[in-house]
Write a protein that binds this ligand. Structure first.
Ligand code: HXC
Length: 519
């Protein structure tokens, strides 16, 4: 064969590979409102930056007539490219080839790029759209999944791993995304479950739709499996790019800083009035966050899940931070099982990847009652406590209003190695609120008063006394548990300066195999 013929053969093969399962199946993919595996890569990566590996890989199965159904790339596109100029590895499952189902060779392709990413120290982004294990390959497919899981586990905390869910993700296949750092689901076209509706019906009798069982809405609101909900494939992929802008390429690097155009010393007078006079009145903590961060930007993680706590990424003076904030707008910002779990995972992520944590506190305590106790609030609350106590990244805590009881300790207090702990003058740092305290301390005296008006007057007097004595920041400040009481409008500047001060912080935990966080 002449050289040119050989080159033409390559060009033909490439063109064939790019067609995946063929035009008909590509049309079918589009008709479902989904992009193809390659179109997705084009949106995810910087223009023309994608370099593909293993385009000519095919499966090795002969049975079930598969020897006559051979597709170049075997249902998954793998390679590397850049996002904002930074290298990432990517795999994109191609639903047009055997429904994106995973074969042995397909798994090897994914493992190859995961190994490369670990060697180089760059993130892995998985675009998932698959019918799960390729049925014709049986246990070889299961083994392939396990090879991927093992690599997900080894990469955890070393390189960021992000999963976009853009179609079906079923069976054990859901565990690879679950092992990664962030999962982004697309509304209506993606779903995740360990078994589908048919199996559910046959095992438990429950009748449920795909959407109800594992749709993007469900996993973004009820289970917390999905960290972000996107309207469509494009939004999903652009979210990955945005998320990447806050993350370092690996655990030995600092997160990427950008030039800050927002004055660091601007005074935000609005904050001086943001706390309502009535301590039981809610406000939106996101209003505070979007006043203090660079250009008011905040990328909220788990926005629709456990809304009583708010977590997400922002920047101060161009440097990425993770923000954890109680949200008084939902259930008064109380800590419950889900909120504790959500925040604990976020804190651990930030700590693993050198992202400083800014904590905004307004918490009335842990949610009491049998519902929470039976659901294991002790263990879930301990997760958050553990995560903060273990974290060695810079930790800046601002107490805005309530900081009561165990929840005070949990929310990055001084003794959990909070580096700089400030409070607004409106802070109330105490064992419990006035109402509860008076009930406990004055119960016997209150019971002795027969007249209802007198009783009420006595209670109010005692509550006032308690508030004056304890519901302020100065008792904590007296003991040095709060480093300073600051004027709310200075908060941005104080945080920027605190983070600058802490930028060379070195804190190391004792050597150990690993900790035993209460899971
Ligand atoms: C081989 C598969 C496949 C699979 C789909 N296809 N899933 N081929 N193995 N697992 C093929 C179909 O035969 C079809 O081929 C093409 O992909 C598209 O599938 P359709 O059914 O036509 O598409 P759609 O109607 O959109 O339904 C998609 C689907 C459905 C919901 C994913 O295909 C489905 O239920 N598949 C099986 C899912 C499943 O149970 N997988 C195993 C899970 S257990 P043609 O040639 O017609 O285009 C598991 C264990 C992992 O994954 C364990 C890890 C530890």
């Amino acid at each position: 064969m002449a050289n040119q013929d050989k080159i033409n053969e390559l060009i033909e093969k490439r063109a064939k590979a790019k067609l995946g399962g063929g035009e008909k199946r590509i049309d079918s993919q589009h008709s479902k409102g989904k992009l193809t595996a390659r179109e997705r890569i084009d949106i995810l990566l910087d223009e023309d930056s994608f370099e593909e590996f293993d385009m000519f890989v095919t499966h090795r199965t002969k049975s079930f007539g598969l020897d006559k159904q051979v597709y170049l790339s075997d249902g998954v596109i793998t390679g590397h490219g850049t996002i904002d100029g930074r290298i990432v590895y990517v795999f994109s499952q191609d639903f047009t080839v055997f429904g994106g189902s995973l074969s042995e060779t397909y798994a090897l392709k994914i493992c190859k790029i995961m190994d490369m990413a670990m060697k180089i120290g760059v993130p892995v982004i998985g675009l998932n759209d698959s019918g799960g294990a390729r049925i014709q390959e049986g246990v070889r497919s299961l083994a392939g999944y396990a090879e991927i899981f093992q690599r997900n586990i080894m990469a955890s905390g070393v390189i960021p791993q992000i999963s976009s869910i853009l179609g079906p993700c079923a069976g054990g296949a859901v565990y690879s995304p679950a092992l990664t750092d962030f999962t982004i689901m697309t509304d209506q076209t993606s779903y995740m479950f360990v078994t589908g509706p048919k199996v559910v019906k046959s095992v438990t009798g429950e009748v449920v739709t795909t959407e109800e069982l594992g749709g993007a809405q469900i996993h973004s609101t009820k289970s917390g499996v999905s960290h972000f909900l996107a309207e469509n494939d494009e939004e999903n992929l652009l979210l990955v790019r945005k998320l990447m802008s806050y993350l370092p390429s690996n655990n030995l690097e600092d997160p990427p800083s950008i030039k800050c155009s927002d004055p660091i010393d601007r005074l935000d007078d609005i904050l001086n009035d943001i706390i309502p006079e009535n301590p039981n009145q809610p406000y939106d903590i996101v209003d505070v966050i979007s006043v203090i961060t660079d250009n008011g930007e905040f990328t909220e993680v788990h926005r629709n899940y456990a809304r009583n706590i708010t977590v997400g990424f922002a920047r101060f003076n161009g440097h990425p931070v993770g923000i954890v904030a109680n949200q008084p707008k939902y259930f008064a910002g109380v800590l419950d099982c889900e909120a504790s779990r959500k925040a604990a995972r976020f804190v651990r992520f930030c700590d693993a990847f050198n992202i400083p944590i800014v904590t905004l506190v307004d918490v009335p305590g842990f949610l009491p009652g049998t519902g929470q106790e039976y659901a294991g609030i002790i263990l879930h609350g301990a997760k958050l406590l553990f995560a903060y106590g273990e974290a060695t990244v810079p930790k800046v805590t601002i107490t805005l209003r309530k900081s009561y009881g165990g929840a005070h300790d949990v929310m990055s207090c001084k003794q959990l190695r909070g580096d700089l702990n400030y409070a607004w003058p409106t802070a109330e740092i105490a064992v419990m609120g006035a109402k509860g305290a008076v009930e406990v301390l004055e119960g016997s005296n209150i019971r002795k008063i027969e007249d209802a008006n007198e009783k009420q007057e006595y209670i109010e007097k005692k509550e006032d006394e308690y508030n004056t004595k304890f519901a302020n920041p100065y008792v904590a400040a007296k003991y040095g548990f709060i480093d300073d009481v600051i004027e709310p409008r200075n908060t941005r500047f104080r945080i920027v300066r605190a983070l600058e001060l802490l930028s060379n912080k070195k804190e190391v935990n004792p050597p150990k195999k690993h900790s035993n966080i209460p899971l």
